[in-house]
Design a protein around this ligand. Structure first.
Ligand code: GTP
Length: 605
């Protein structure tokens, strides 16, 4: 396929606006996949099990299709992008491999927070944007109003908008035609030095890492020796081909094409998204803007039984083979023993990983409360910490430590006008700053939508922000955020003492303005989840040496076997067995048994 018949595009949309459904329709229309008759809503492109379960796209997937139009054969490469804010970086990379994008907007929901962020992302890259309004079959669809909204928000001419129903297939043919007509073909030269842009990778049990590349220049063949601009490591191409939608081997990948390569890459972490690959011995200018994925949420993972650590570590390593964006570091805790500190792109990413680990590990793990990275500015140096235990003592701040800083994000929220007050309150109660807002609908329609922007500490978002956003707006608010650097903040380490002994794994970083509330909340929570022991247990929250909250767990008296008539041995054993069951998910802290959920689920009431 020469460049002029190639079209590289992606579908960009807010979550649930129908990206995967449209992708399936396009694959069906071009005969790439069989039309499904089962009627089941199972998207082909969402491969991971967790994705299916949650109905969200976690990893970008790509497919090539061949389409005949007016007697000419075209090669269309669809680059699917993930739909969640945690993966904004992947969206950005996927877009770098395209020349055009379908901007999909739900005809009943209208423009949402991520529609805006992905639109800007695509426009900054100079992509041709084809506006598509989906779900016009819905009774609640408001095509005119949404078209006006798209015009007001994106400056899109309403006559350019394609109206479709990805579900029924109505109008999808016109989308294919628009891709051919409106998206420019890639510009690439066969004779120039090889330059392949790596925009995604996944892990295959048998072949190791499979990378998806877009050929900016040159031809790639089996047996070619290539090297990474970023790591300088060298590889040999063992297999290559196109995604159709599963891997279909070919003899070569030509300039302008998108395809997969398998080389002797063992770990997903070697496949750096955004990297440029070149032929060994040839020099090329790497593609601009490479940045390694940055972990923003950290949590400690420990086995319930200390002896299980090697097994746990192996599970973690196996899982990270397939997910390159998780960072792993060994750590140890006085309370929990040997464990690992994992770094994630965001909370959804963490939940997905946690679920996979628990599936694999039969839930016998303790996961500590999530934390964000903090910057500690000493007089002579700066360190970034990801474990609350490493946070300086309150007495040192202002003395040995000049200041502490926390990461902040620029958040945008889109809500119907009637929830505006609630959203303002939500933002203020989460330490938001620099609030401003504007109307998305021009004129005075009933129930206009408002976009609210503000700067919020990331730690606030990691806790309960998202859940509250959804519940306080009856599910109508949409939300997106991007990194906005670090800011000085008045923070302190809160420690918890059980029976007078600090439990390091429970330590938290809190903003001083919320220390009493948080302290009381946690102490109450611990009081609720820790079973009564044979002796009285004080549960205390402290900042430095000062205790700020306390609850007392009353002593337990009853012996479960006490009431049993001697000799009923079996019955007695069963009781003891039951008691053991109840303790299985506990960890002994000195003299106190603490259940798993004490470490993590503080905010899930
Ligand atoms: P993520 O992958 O999570 O970003 O979502 P998505 O944008 O891929 O959305 P998906 O294709 O999973 O569609 C979300 C829901 O909308 C599904 O329940 C679809 O069946 C439904 N849907 C998609 N297109 C249409 C449409 O044209 N009409 C109607 N009525 N429903 C649709």
């Amino acid at each position: 396929y020469p460049c002029d018949v190639i079209r590289n595009f992606s579908i960009i949309a807010h979550i649930d606006h129908g990206k995967s459904t449209l992708a399936d329709r396009l694959l069906e229309l071009t005969g790439t996949i069989q039309k499904k008759t089962s009627g089941k809503n199972e998207q082909v492109l969402d491969k991971l099990k967790v994705e299916r379960e949650r109905g969200i796209t976690v990893k970008a997937q790509t497919a090539s299709m061949v389409h005949n139009f007016q007697g000419k054969e075209y090669l269309l490469n669809l680059i699917d992008t993930p739909g969640h804010v945690d993966f904004a970086w992947e969206v950005s990379r996927s877009l770098a491999a395209c020349q055009g994008a379908l901007l999909l907007v739900d005809a009943s929901q209208g423009v949402q927070a991520q529609s805006i962020s992905v639109f800007h992302n695509a426009r900054e890259r100079g992509l041709k944007i084809i506006p598509v309004m989906n779900k016009i079959d819905l009774p609640a669809a408001q095509p005119e109003r949404i078209a006006a909204q798209m015009q007001a928000t994106f400056g899109i001419d309403p006559s350019e908008i394609l109206s479709i129903s990805a579900k029924t297939g109505k109008g999808v043919e016109a989308v294919l035609e628009a891709i051919l007509r409106r998206v420019p073909p890639p510009v690439a030269r066969a004779e120039a030095p090889l330059k392949a842009f790596l925009f995604d990778s996944f892990y295959d049990k048998y072949r190791g890492v499979i990378s998806l590349v877009s050929l900016q220049d040159g031809v790639l063949r089996k047996g070619d020796k290539i090297a990474s601009c970023h790591t300088r490591k060298k590889y040999e191409i063992l297999e290559l081909g196109v995604m159709h939608p599963e891997e279909a081997p070919t003899k070569s990948l030509n300039p302008g094409q998108v395809g997969y390569i398998a080389c002797n890459m063992k770990q997903s972490s070697e496949a750096h998204i955004g990297d440029t690959l070149h032929r060994v011995g040839e020099a090329v200018e790497p593609m601009a803007g490479f940045q390694p994925a940055k972990a923003m949420v950290f949590a400690g993972v420990y086995p319930l039984e200390n002896a299980d650590f090697p097994k746990l570590e192996e599970s973690i390593n196996r899982l990270t083979l397939t997910d390159r964006s998780v960072t792993v570091q060994r750590e140890s805790s006085t309370a929990l023993g040997q464990g690992c500190r994992l770094g994630f792109l965001g909370t959804l990413h963490m939940d997905v990983f946690r679920q996979r680990l628990e599936d694999e590990y039969d839930a016998n793990v303790i996961i500590t409360a999530p934390t964000v990275p903090y910057k500690i500015i000493y007089k002579d140096r700066e360190v970034v910490i990801s474990n609350p235990t490493d946070f300086p003592d309150v007495a040192d701040i202002g003395a040995r430590v000049k200041e502490v800083q926390e990461p902040v994000v620029k958040a945008s929220i889109i809500v119907p006008e009637e929830y505006f007050g609630e959203m303002m309150e939500l933002c203020y109660s989460h330490r938001a700053d620099e609030l401003d807002h504007r109307y998305l609908d021009s004129g005075t329609t009933s129930s206009s939508r408002i976009m609210l922007n503000c700067i919020v500490p990331l730690s606030e978002i990691v806790s309960d922000f998202f859940d509250q956003l959804k519940s306080r707006s009856s599910g109508f608010a949409s939300f997106d955020y991007e990194d906005a650097g670090y800011r000085k903040s008045d923070l302190a380490k809160m420690t918890f003492l059980l029976n007078g002994k600090p439990v390091d794994a429970l330590a938290l970083i809190v903003h001083r303005s919320a220390q009493e509330t948080v302290g009381r909340q946690w102490v109450k929570k611990l009081h609720k989840v820790i079973p009564r022991q044979l002796f009285e247990v004080p549960i205390q929250a402290a900042i430095g040496k000062r205790v700020i909250a306390r609850e007392t767990l009353k002593a337990l008296r009853a012996d479960v076997t006490a009431g049993l008539y001697g000799g009923h041995y079996e019955r007695k054993m069963k009781h003891l067995e039951n008691q053991k069951e109840g303790k299985r998910r506990m960890k002994r802290m000195g003299t106190v048994d603490v259940p798993q959920e004490a470490f993590f689920d503080i905010l899930s009431k």
